[in-house]
Design a protein around this ligand. Structure first.
Ligand SMILES: *[C@@H]1O[C@H](CO)[C@@H](O)[C@H](O)[C@H]1NC(C)=O
Ligand SMILES: *[C@@H]1O[C@H](CO)[C@@H](O)[C@H](O)[C@H]1NC(C)=O
Ligand SMILES: *[C@@H]1O[C@H](CO)[C@@H](O)[C@H](O)[C@H]1NC(C)=O
Length: 819
């Protein structure tokens, strides 16, 4: 083992230097990189906003924009100004009906309180360098007499003296134009142009101007300077300027004297303090929202020297039509959901689009506490008080929920990728490699929540902002990575065997890595060194105390068979919670003990090892592959030898009973006991399979009409306390269990019922019922309430927790239609 470590570290050095030399990249990877950079440069990557754009990989001088809105026909409208996605806004609906970050899509927002039905289209030129947003709004009820005040803001970041954004003189054609310069993006022009609708004006009044600058009958523009780090506070700044202005008007005119028809003018922003113009701009448009036809305008970004410019509303329309068609037909090529005009199809396309719509680009510093020591002997909550800002770092990732969790989550992302890879294999790779970039060179650690910069930080409760390098989380990224490698290896073996390949997928420029082995090898080689560090960090930091069990195992006569290096425990659990495990309040050994061993921690190491084995295979590192294979076998043997409890018939945590001085199984039937199965770590011929399947199929324990329950109905903790992972149905583990059923019982998919042994019939029925229960329940909730949820109630199937949770719940799309 010592030798191998040396060998591996030599390899790391060799591979590192190879990986950085882009001059050696083949033609195909150059076009892969080019296509990636172009098609993924622009998108609404500020997914924490209802609509906000920033470019990817442009860190010094990105162009930033956002859309906000409120009803400015009365004073209370201010409190309903929308900007960041917020469950408290109680929108009837919001989200992408059709979306792909590479080309664009359509987002719909139904805001009852503001009486606004808003559709935002995002599209790009074919090269990806120019883009357009079409904002279409209409009243939900045109008789309510509201005003739809849309506030756009733009900023050219980069406090370097060179980067700037200035409004150009009006041309009298009703459009507003800006000229921008960014050190990284070059020169560009922004045009905002109305297509239809009218600004609010009362024909009975001779003027709508209440004071100079405040006139709802025309668009209002103000420009000022806001530090780059505060651009995300665009709403706060707007509200503060506006409320000063309103105060002033009331002081001057007296509140009673203001004609209600002039409210929209009163609630129009003006440059009250005579700020000199800067790179930050507000553009406010107050549309009369009593016209059932509504209003519409386009925001267009054109690079100055671009080949394909977007110069007319017709062009925007044509691009939008093309974009929507592109995404829909790609979706139908990859997923089979009939009928195409049915509700299920709409639900699936929308859910996938919302997962993709959560993809964001984050850049900024992270708070890390490296000095607080975790004392393994105590289980009180440890406060991380010694944080320092580190970075800046960047991350390109999807998010669990745009409303509640708009940032990268290590535990969730692997599940997101299992879904994303079915739609766009290369995009999944680009995301995973962005995560792997975060692996620290020295330690091999990645934080479990990636909270970069103030914009991301402001959504996080203070106690969760600070990360600590002793804390791990389930390495789901390696699960996804392992699946991707397996698929790529298989595709390549298949295509090597087939002389003629008429597979449409081969043509697709978003599946280059899957079908081009050279490219995959180059990529794997780049990732391998960091991954190895991460693998070692995980094993070292979460290693359990085997010594404590040696005597007992000896007495039991199994010491010789056990593998002392493969036992693990999650660092940082408290008496009631084990946040690192990802299943916070799932019951664990009580009282906690330093010697405790967690079955799920071991199972996740198995996944990591398998993933390392596959990457070694792709790289042709036969010796390494053998070592990983050995370690994987050791994990598998330890699962059975140490964690399987024959009496209970399930996998359990272990602890030491201090009175009896004996190895004690702590068994709580539920997701944690299923993990070795769910992660395909049990040998295919294992006698345990049938018992696990019968546990899953048992309606008295964890089977339900809505999916598998996180904890058995018979468990003493079922449904107790905060009831987070103590009963509710979660999509992620259900998805793994279904996938594992396919793996262990390949015949359950193909043959007719009743042709196998009774055990296999149980598996077959379980697969069928579980799959349809999950789909039906998530769909039913969506149909009734318009959203996907974080988890689903164990008694009623009703959506629980965070709303608009199209992170791993979006895996329902694979269940419904993966080909
Ligand atoms: C690589 O790209 C260059 C320039 O585009 C081209 O001339 C050459 O033929 C390509 N080589 C291969 C092997 O495709
Ligand atoms: C919103 O507008 C679209 C058309 O733009 C329409 O099809 C839809 O029914 C409207 N929804 C509501 C709730 O008004
Ligand atoms: C204008 O005045 C007429 C007559 O007084 C009234 O019926 C109408 O509602 C007024 N229009 C508006 C927009 O207030």
């Amino acid at each position: 083992m010592q030798c191998l470590a040396v060998l591996l570290s030599l390899l790391v050095v060799a591979l590192c230097s190879a990986g950085h030399d882009t001059g050696q990249l083949s033609n195909s990877s150059r076009s892969f990189a080019e296509y990636t950079d172009q098609s993924l440069l622009w998108a609404p990557y500020r997914s924490n906003c209802y609509f906000g754009i920033r470019p990817r990989n442009v860190d010094q001088s990105p162009f930033m924009m956002g859309v906000m809105w409120f009803d400015n026909s009365d004073a209370s409208g201010l409190s309903r100004m929308r900007h960041f996605v917020d469950q408290g806004d109680r929108l009837t609906k919001y989200g992408w009906e059709v979306y792909d970050p590479r080309v664009g899509g359509k987002e719909v927002i139904i805001d009852e309180e503001n009486n606004l039905n808003l559709t935002l289209y995002f599209t790009k030129s074919h090269s990806g360098e120019n883009w357009a947003v079409r904002v279409h709004g209409q009243p939900i009820d045109f008789t309510r007499g509201t005003v739809a005040s849309i506030v756009l803001y733009f900023n050219q970041n980069g406090e370097d003296g060179e980067s700037k954004l200035v409004k150009l003189p009006e041309l009298g054609d009703g459009s507003t134009k800006f000229h921008g310069v960014s050190k990284e993006l070059g020169e560009y022009q922004i045009t905002v142009e109305d297509n239809k609708g009218s600004y609010f004006s009362d024909p009975n009044l001779s003027t709508m101007e209440i004071v100079p600058g405040c006139d709802s009958s025309k668009p209002t523009h103000i420009s000022l300077t806001i530090p780059d780090s505060n651009v995300w506070m665009a709403k706060d700044v707007f509200l503060s300027i506006l409320s000063d202005s309103v105060k002033k008007i009331v002081e001057e005119k007296g509140a009673e004297a203001v004609n209600p028809s002039l409210f929209p003018s009163t609630f129009t922003v003006r440059n009250l303090y005579g700020f000199p113009p800067g790179n930050f701009h507000y553009l406010q448009k107050s549309f009369d929202n009593s016209d059932p036809e509504g209003f519409e305008f386009d925001i267009v970004y054109n690079k100055l020297n671009a080949q394909e410019k977007i110069l007319s509303a017709q062009k925007v329309t044509a691009l939008i039509v093309e974009t929507l068609k592109h995404v829909e037909s790609k979706f139908d090529r990859l997923f089979e959901i009939e009928p195409k005009n049915g509700k299920h199809h709409e639900f699936a396309l929308e859910t996938l689009s919302n997962l993709l719509g959560g993809i964001g680009y984050f850049h900024g510093t992270q708070l890390v506490d490296r000095t607080t020591i975790f004392d393994d002997e105590q289980f009180e909550e440890i406060k991380l008080l010694n944080s320092r800002e580190e970075g800046p770092l960047s991350l390109f990732t999807s998010v669990p929920s745009r409303a509640a969790f708009p940032r990268g989550f290590y535990w969730d992302e692997g599940f997101h990728l299992l879904q994303i890879m079915e739609y766009d294999f290369d995009l999944a790779f680009v995301i995973i490699s962005s995560w792997f970039e975060l692996i620290e060179d020295d330690s091999g650690w990645i934080a479990r929540e990636i909270i970069l910069g103030d914009e991301a930080r402001n959504k996080v409760p203070e106690e969760f902002r600070i990360q600590n390098p002793n804390i791990a989380n389930p390495p789901t990224l390696l699960l996804a990575f392992s699946e991707m490698l397996e698929r790529a290896i298989k595709s390549q073996e298949d295509s090597a065997m087939a002389f003629e390949k008429d597979d449409v997928m081969m043509q697709d420029e978003t599946n280059q890595l899957e079908f081009n082995s050279n490219l995959l090898v180059e990529y794997a080689r780049k990732i391998y060194p960091k991954l190895l560090k991460h693998y070692n960090w995980f094993k070292d930091s979460q290693r359990g105390l085997f010594e404590e069990y040696e005597e007992m195992l000896n007495e039991e006569g199994i010491l010789e068979k056990a593998h002392e290096d493969e036992v693990y425990v999650w660092r940082g659990r408290t008496i009631s919670h084990c946040l690192p495990s990802g299943m916070d309040d799932y019951p664990r050994p009580q009282p906690p003990d330093v010697a405790e061993l967690n079955v799920d921690a071991l199972a996740w190491v198995g996944v990591m090892t398998r993933s390392m084995k596959r990457i070694a295979h792709v790289l042709g590192l036969e010796e390494d592959e053998k070592h990983y294979q050995n370690w994987e076998n050791n994990v598998i043997e330890n699962l059975d030898l140490l964690h399987w409890n024959e009496a209970q018939g399930c996998y359990c945590d272990l602890t030491i009973d201090s009175f009896e001085d004996a190895r004690t199984f702590v068994c709580h039937e539920g997701y944690i006991s299923l993990l070795p199965f769910a992660l395909k770590l049990i040998p295919r011929d294992s006698a345990h399979l049938d018992r696990i399947v019968s546990l899953m199929a048992d309606p008295e324990r964890i089977f339900s009409d809505y999916g598998l329950l996180s904890l058995s109905r018979k468990d003493e903790y079922f449904g107790t306390s905060e009831n987070y992972w103590r009963g509710p149905v979660w999509m992620n583990i259900n998805y793994l269990c279904l996938d594992a059923l396919k793996y262990y019982y390949p015949e359950v998919l193909s043959a007719k019922e009743g042709t196998f042994s009774p055990e296999k019939q149980v598996a077959q029925k379980l697969f069928k019922d579980l799959k349809s229960n999950l789909i039906n329940n998530v769909f039913k909730n969506w149909e009734e309430k318009g959203y996907c949820y974080e988890s689903y109630d164990q008694h009623t199937g009703e959506g629980k927790g965070v709303e608009h949770f199209t992170g791993w719940t979006a895996l329902v799309v694979n269940l419904m239609g993966r080909k």
